[in-house]
Design a protein around this ligand. Structure first.
Ligand code: NDP
Length: 288
């Protein structure tokens, strides 16, 4: 079997087009332009790339974007005051604090300061609680993007065995909640899980959010399974330039799986597209 390739890049472009149309509709119906505020602290190079891309795509789909860049030694008090002012700003519908924060700032504490109706990352405990109790949360962008990609190849998730490897607050846990809400039977694996390959072999749907390059091999995979590879890892190459790979050994696993996301070009592009969709949704809720 050679797995179908699930194209996150193409799917994300379609989501961004839909968001751009939604922005035009909201402007026409209510005279409101959705606005996303991105707060960054310090100069982590990877974060700077992510922030630049978020701002670029926000503008490209017709929304307002506001970047508030703070120094690495910014105090907790200054950061919380900034978030409180963004909470009150009617031009700002979504607020995102770029993670990770410098060590002296507690990300949980900072995220709890965001007005949960503007928490377009879906990390505030109010949104987390809504996700687990079937409320109407903002869903964290990476798992939301994964669910969209999954449904594009398998609309009926009910009763499927799903294994999520990783239990972080930004990927693994919300992914498991989403799959549970779709009535899958969900197993969450982590670094203490015993005999991970055997657990993965039970999976009709396997989500890898680990951060270990090409850890998952073909003999871990049930024939025909759908594989969503969230991992983004840089590996060395002989030419010294390096390249990005996922947590799944794409070539090997493609010989057994039914469908698989590549890295790059899988869940990655969907993350920003879903952030834009959440920001549009926040603006719609603000006017309704
Ligand atoms: P974390 O480091 O927060 O979590 C990793 C999880 O993997 C932990 O739960 C950890 O277990 C588990 N784990 C680590 N080693 C093993 C192992 N050998 N066997 C089983 N489980 C293991 O990472 P994130 O969730 O933030 O990110 C995961 C990956 O996804 C990274 O590569 C990251 O770059 C990528 N990512 C991609 C995004 C995108 O847009 N596509 C967005 C966010 C992340 P334990 O809890 O026991 O430590």
């Amino acid at each position: 079997m050679i797995a179908a390739r699930i194209d996150g890049k193409e799917f994300a472009a379609r989501v961004r087009e839909e968001v751009a149309q939604g922005v035009k509709d909201l402007q026409a119906s209510h005279g409101v332009t959705p606005g996303l505020a991105v707060v960054s602290v310090g100069e982590d190079p990877a974060s700077q790339v992510y922030v630049r891309n978020k701002l670029k795509y926000t503008k490209a789909c017709g929304m307002n974007s506001f970047h508030r860049a703070l120094d690495a030694d910014t105090s907790r008090r200054s950061l919380l005051l900034l978030i409180e002012s963004l909470n009150k700003d009617p031009a700002v519908h979504g607020i995102l604090v770029q993670l990770p924060l410098p060590a002296h700032l507690d990300s949980r504490d900072v995220i709890q300061t965001i007005d949960c109706s503007k928490d377009v990352d879906g990390f505030h405990t109010s949104n987390v609680g809504d996700l687990w109790t079937s409320g109407k949360p903002f869903i964290p962008c990476t798992p939301l993007g994964c669910l969209m990609l999954l449904k594009s190849v398998e609309p009926n998730i009910t009763g499927k065995n799903a294994v999520v490897i990783g239990r972080s607050n930004i990927v693994g846990r919300p992914m498991a909640a989403l799959l549970l809400n779709e009535s899958a039977t969900v197993t969450i694996a982590h670094s203490n899980t015993k005999d991970l390959p055997a657990i993965c072999r039970q999976a009709d749907i396997l989500v890898a959010a680990v951060g270990r390059p090409q850890m998952i091999k073909a003999d871990w995979i049930k024939p025909g399974a759908i594989i969503l590879d969230v991992g983004i890892n840089r590996i060395e190459t002989p030419d010294g330039r390096g390249r990005l790979v996922g947590d799944v050994d794409f070539e090997d696993v493609s010989t057994v799986a039914g469908a698989i996301t590549p890295v790059p070009g899988g869940p990655g592009p969907m993350t920003i597209a879903c952030l834009l969709a959440n920001t549009l949704e926040a603006a719609k809720r603000a006017v309704s």
